[in-house]
Design a binder for this molecule. Structure first.
Ligand code: CA
Ligand code: CA
Length: 273
């Protein structure tokens, strides 16, 4: 320390000088390097019935040295790969530094039925997997009672065609009509047809969610795309057709022209001058 009087006389006292005078001059600073640890985990309820109305499940975690952790993610997964998750935020911290985190997962009526396992809880840098949670004696299984079967599979393309092919610019503006038959266990949601220029860039797309014929699980879609008869707008050459398909559960797949061709479909549209 340094000390001065009203006349400007100044003296600096080193730690050694102060210690020699009998004062305690050391200050101990403790740095806590103990990692955060999950010390409690539960959720309620452990079974929900969403056959008629949506439900919620609340997850509660206790984390030691909780000040080191800002959020605690929780992920659940069923055997079919359907996932639900939430990210818990701090509710409180007790005198021993154990923080309580909480979050809620909404379970809609569209959620697939069956058991869901707590796949992951992440506290600080540590991932607690199902087996870790079980070993610690925590609950890991949530039962969902629902009328819906898990579906993680996008629609399958059963047929694809388009007319006219070849398309002649000499005949003026044309309408290219795509037809595709799609199947899906839960029901097809819709389709987007992509027409790709000879240089690989997208020329135009045609989007429809209206079934032309069939049923939702075996649906035929038809989509009309205007094609300009101007060679400047529509350079002659071999165009390709790609598709994006999706079901009513949100499962989506993009099929490249090559993938569709590998299934045996004609995906080349010849545009003639
Ligand atoms: Ca599906
Ligand atoms: Ca063709």
């Amino acid at each position: 320390m340094g000390a001065y009087d009203v006349n400007g006389n100044y003296a600096f006292y080193s730690p050694a000088t102060l210690a020699a005078a009998g004062f305690d001059t050391s200050l101990q600073v403790n740095v806590d390097t103990t990692p955060s640890t999950l010390v409690g985990f539960t959720f309620a309820p452990d079974s929900v019935d969403v056959r008629t109305t949506a439900a919620t499940v609340t997850f509660t975690m206790q984390v030691s040295n909780g000040y080191r952790v800002s959020t605690v993610p929780v992920i659940l997964r069923n055997a079919g790969g359907e996932e639900m998750s939430c990210e818990a935020t701090r509710v409180s911290t007790d005198g021993a530094g154990v923080s309580t985190f909480s979050c809620t997962i909404g379970v809609p009526t569209t959620r697939g039925a069956g058991p869901y396992s707590v796949f992951l809880v992440r506290a600080g840098g540590t991932d607690y997997l199902t087996s870790d949670l079980q070993a610690a004696g925590y609950p890991t299984q949530l039962e969902v009672v629902s009328n819906v079967t898990t579906d993680r599979v996008p629609p399958v393309v059963a047929a694809l065609s388009f007319v006219p092919d070849p398309l002649s610019l000499g005949a003026g503006d044309q309408t290219l009509v795509f037809t595709a038959r799609l199947t899906d266990d839960s029901g097809v949601g819709g389709v987007i047809f992509f027409l790709i220029r000879p240089d690989g860039s997208e020329y135009k797309r045609c989007n429809t969610a209206t079934i032309f014929s069939g049923t939702p699980t075996d649906a035929t879609y038809r989509c009309s795309m205007p094609v300009s008869g101007s060679a400047a707008t529509t350079p002659p050459g071999n165009y390709r057709v790609a598709m994006s398909v999706y079901d009513v559960r949100g499962n989506e797949r993009f099929y490249t022209a090559d993938q569709l061709a590998a299934q045996g479909f004609d995906t080349t549209l010849t545009v003639q001058p």
